[in-house]
Design a protein around this ligand. Sequence first.
Ligand code: HEM
Length: 175
Amino acid sequence: MNVVQNDLTQKYSKRTILIHWITAFLILALFPLGKYMEGLEPFEKMHLIRIHAIAGMVVFFLTFIRTYLFFKSPRPEDINTGSSFNDKLIVWIHNAFYVVLFLVSLSGIGTMIVGGYGDALKAGSYELIKSPESIPPLKGHGFFSFLMIVLLLLHIVGVVKHYVLTKENTLKRMI
Ligand code: HEM
């Protein structure tokens, strides 16, 4: 068994911790909501699209603040796992979250505009929503949200694996 010792008293800033958990909660709600909406007819999903878009924009906005904090507020040292491959993987996964969060949000905004969702909500008329095949950004949005769930799973597996192997609860740095 590894006996890696990391300083778990070092924590992320309060604002980063708050944004981390709000974002995690919103992603876990937005993904199934998006998948659910996919199976509905336009007239059935107008109010859900509004909720999805508002919550998604909150994630987008929080990601901007989080990116600013990434560079501006002190961060705890990277976790040491005893494997240089795992150490690098952790940093890559953490950084990939930022990129993918921006890609999901931007493709969502693109879908709203190109797919006529914005016009439909403004006019209160679901007929303005285009068919999914004629909304190219929707394909990107579906793909990037899937990628985000893959990252999320890897992220959780990493935390659990590290705990099982070392008994270090790295979550202490994020609460
Ligand atoms: C940030 C986290 C977000 C997640 C995890 C997420 C997730 C999803 C998923 C899984 C879908 C179904 C995609 C598919 O067809 O395969 C979807 C659809 C959609 N999303 Fe998002 N989304 C997010 C943010 C946004 C944002 C910021 C907007 C716009 C402001 C947005 C607008 C839409 C729209 C218009 C659809 C199409 C709904 C439909 O007609 O079925 N999303 N989203």
